[in-house]
Design a protein around this ligand. Sequence first.
Ligand code: AHM
Ligand code: MG
Length: 334
Amino acid sequence: MLGKAKTLGEFIIENQSAFKYTSGELSRLINSIRLAAKVVNHDVNKAGLVDIIGAHGDKNIQGEDQQKLDVYANDIFIQTLKNRNIVCGIASEEEDDFISINSQDENNQNKYVVLIDPLDGSSNIDVNVSVGTIFSIYRRVTPVGTPVTIEDFLQKGEAQVAAGYVIYGTSTMIVYTTGHGVNGFTLNPAIGTFYLSHPDMQFSEDGQIYSVNEGNYVHFPQGIKNYIKYCQMEEGNRPYTSRYIGSLVSDFHRNMIKGGIYIYPQTAKDPNGKLRLLYECNPMAFIAEQANGKASDGFNRIMDIEPTELHQRVPFICGSKNMVEKAEEFMRQQ
Ligand code: AHM
Ligand code: MG
């Protein structure tokens, strides 16, 4: 029944030798993310039972404190990466500062840092809508064997070694890139194995879906307002379809499969938008570019932006190349 389907484990091993990208360290790192994703998946799937088995702050039957799922996911990813001793630093959307691992240990020769949004779109959990984990991996820039510094995390998206997301949806998937295209793996929950289900994922050059929170329309810059009107105009293959889940991973995933654009612009209230450059925009931009798509802040390529702080926000326009270029054109004209 499983036929010739390749597992994620097999794929990682094959590609490690094909691309010679590491000594095995990056493979082990992606394997750890796979493991943590399975643990988080198990709990996300039980989220609807929280009302009957207890909510955040309650004690469960063993007397242990129960946690909110986003805090829980954060702990699982951090603990998994720490325990397996394969990274030298972690930064998380859930933590104020970065975490240095084994900073006192000169024998720690690990060279990668991970930046992670452990459970993006977590407000959707209460209503049983898909959420995701987003991760981004860089090679440290400071010498191995020394404690990591902020410089190791404030790197341009361009320097990413790998990036990916886990989508906890109707199926659970891991989608990732190491800079050689994008591949998607679907979890068979019966046996806990991810199988290569979506090889070489690509955005179509044009799409017909636009995803934006139109409730904020009045606060959008004129260029985005004009682009939205363009999407709604009857001409050629327009009007486009509007689809907005409010969960970046899910909106991005659908647009990559069907062709479309995701927009979270700056508003009068949030002049840099809402999404975080390091935990959300850079990894999605890397995946988008590897899948023949594009990611921009309206004027500049996302992966060219020089980060200045860990939790920096940035306007985000991402998806099918021609659609993103059209939105940029409207931004330039505004
Ligand atoms: P979060 O990191 O606090 O979960 O916020 C990020 C989420 C994205 O997944 C989603 O696209 C966006 O926020 C939705 O925001 P809004 O409700 O303002 O449209
Ligand atoms: Mg987030």
